[in-house]
Design a protein around this ligand. Structure first.
Ligand code: PLP
Length: 385
């Protein structure tokens, strides 16, 4: 079967071999500790589940949902944005409900990217930004994230001819995989840059509520003028441990929201209204529901970093996200070290290069396993040093 060119241009998955080894060890009944998964293991908070149980029985929820999502959910998002970020949003023109933020991040290219258009994409990054760019016929231009620059792209090194031609820019803070948090001054700079080069900015922000030590990350929309140039993608996936429920949203510039809504209207029919009802409950009660989730990750982070420190590993504790982005020992590559850890300790981590070549020299460790497992993983790693 000959696939379309858009599938042929996808890079082959570089870690098939690593994955095969993992499956093989699993099949042999080895006690793997999997720290490679960016998916909360905590389960959705019970009050949200209870709300869903009731919502699912209502026959009016069984019909096609409105394309842009229910007005009530869009109003709940506007309330939450105002409380959390001090950002005012019009529920009718500046908010769009998504079936998980991933679909919106992918679909937005069909609304704004023509074949041959340049899209500025950070690297290492969530692979959707560049792959969806390619699906729409666009050309990703990679903006490297370096440790020496706190994993923030240096906009001044983007060549002028690229910046002039570029249509769109993707950003993601707090960042997956590097765990970096962007200062508001960077978002301010992005707004100016986007205005100068008539760029549309897509800020992917699913980790704003997974932060530590009380330091709340900013919204891109808090920067003056941000709403003139961009949108922000949010998700209930990480905030409320709801990855399987598929509920996200885009907020910001009304014209961009309208374009994305038009594309979606011809592709899907909106998220199940019972899920949207549970989403209203979650957002209206965010302040009481999320502290426990944060505390759990913070305890895991602290225990793991402390345990590794005992063994002479210097891991910088992240300020946000549930990832540790850490350098591999000298003489190793991301892939050789991830393979070494898998074979010798049965601890599964993600090679940095899974997020692009710029991830070379790093591995990503996800705190999506219980504290005891993290301590055991640290002990196993220590034994092979
Ligand atoms: C988890 C994640 C998302 C959210 O995906 P959903 O489709 O909303 O579940 C988006 N971007 C990044 C970088 C992520 O890690």
């Amino acid at each position: 079967m000959i696939t379309a060119k858009r599938l042929q241009q996808l890079a082959p998955y570089p870690f098939a071999e690593l994955n095969r080894k993992k499956q093989e060890l699993k099949a042999k009944g080895k006690n793997l500790i999997d720290l490679s998964i960016g998916d909360p293991d905590l389960g959705t908070p019970e009050p949200i589940v209870t709300c869903m149980q009731e919502a699912v029985t209502k026959t009016q929820n069984h019909r096609y949902p409105p394309y842009a999502g229910t007005t009530k959910l869009r109003e709940a998002i506007a309330r939450w944005y105002l409380r959390r970020f001090g950002v005012k949003l019009d529920p009718h023109s500046e908010i769009l409900i998504l079936i998980g933020s991933k679909e919106g991040i992918a679909n937005i290219h069909y609304a704004f990217v023509d074949p041959g258009d340049i899209v500025l994409v950070p690297t290492p990054a969530y692979p959707v930004y560049s792959n969806a760019t390619k699906f729409a016929g666009g050309l990703p231009y990679l903006m490297p994230l370096h440790k020496t620059n706190q994993f923030i792209p240096d906009l001044t090194i983007i060549p002028d001819n690229i910046a002039q031609k570029a249509k769109m820019m993707h950003l993601n803070y707090p960042n997956n995989p590097t765990a970096a948090v962007a200062p508001q001054t960077f978002f301010d700079e992005v707004v100016q840059y986007a205005k100068r080069h008539t760029l549309l900015v897509c800020h992917d922000a699913p980790y704003t509520e997974i932060y530590y030590d009380g330091h709340k990350p900013h919204s891109f929309l808090q920067s003056p003028g941000a709403k003139e140039v961009g949108v922000e993608f949010h998700s209930l996936s990480k905030t409320f441990s709801m990855t399987g429920w598929r509920l996200g949203f885009a907020v910001g510039n009304a014209d961009i929201i309208k374009g994305l809504a038009q594309i979606k209207m011809h592709i899907d029919s909106g998220q199940f209204m019972a899920v949207q009802e549970a989403g209203i409950f979650a957002l209206d009660n965010e302040e009481t529901l999320t502290p426990e989730i944060r505390n759990t990750y913070q305890e895991r982070r602290d225990v793991f970093v402390e345990e590794m420190k005992k063994f002479g590993f210097k891991i910088t504790p992240p300020k946000a996200t549930f990832y540790l982005w850490t350098e591999v020992p000298p003489g190793q590559t991301s892939a050789t070290y991830a393979t070494h850890l898998l074979e010798e300790t049965h601890v599964v981590v993600t090679p940095g290069t899974a997020f692009g070549e710029a991830g070379e020299g790093f591995i990503r460790i996800a705190l999506t396993a219980p504290k005891e497992k993290l301590i055991e993983a640290a002990e196993r790693i220590q034994k092979i040093q």
